[in-house]
Design a protein around this ligand. Structure first.
Ligand code: DGP
Length: 138
């Protein structure tokens, strides 16, 4: 699939639409998922035009995993839970809906994973969680 830079995460990267930012560096951006499958659901994207894992340059894969290690530690600290599900969908046929590579970090047990993209979060709660996670990352 060809990368289309009109996708929602490309717009977030260009600052055209807002997000509740948790962490950013030169290759990655981590922010709250607006349709969380558990409290504290974070997405990590690479600052590169990749649709899914097979397109992702390995230097960005490394950077995304380094950010994931930081974010998981912050989620554990803020949410007081140890379990974090790492999820990533490749292709529409797997359920992928935004065609810019992204890793989901969902603080829950696999059996308690909420339905994918079922409900919008409360924006006030997302803003508060993002702030708590940002502080825990410092
Ligand atoms: P996937 O199916 O793996 O492509 O998941 C896309 C995720 O992106 C899904 O959990 C909902 C989330 N999402 C969709 N639109 C937006 C948005 O505008 N902002 C944020 N923060 N998350 C979004």
């Amino acid at each position: 699939m060809t990368y289309d830079d009109s996708n929602i995460f490309a717009k977030i990267l260009r600052g055209e639409i807002p997000c509740h930012k948790v962490y950013e560096d030169d290759k990655t951006l981590a922010f709250m998922d607006v349709m969380p499958q558990a409290t504290g659901h974070v997405l990590i994207i690479g600052k590169c035009p990749a649709v899914e894992l097979t397109d992702l340059p390995l230097e960005y894969a490394t950077a995304i995993f380094a950010t994931a290690q930081k974010v998981i530690k912050a989620q554990r600290q803020v949410l007081g839970t140890q379990g974090v599900v790492q999820l990533q969908l490749n292709d529409k046929s797997a359920g992928q809906s935004v065609f810019h590579y992204h890793m989901h970090l969902i603080p829950t047990h696999l059996h308690n994973l909420g339905e994918h993209e079922s409900q919008m979060a409360d924006m006030g709660e997302l803003a508060k969680l993002a702030e708590q996670l940002r502080l825990a990352l410092n």
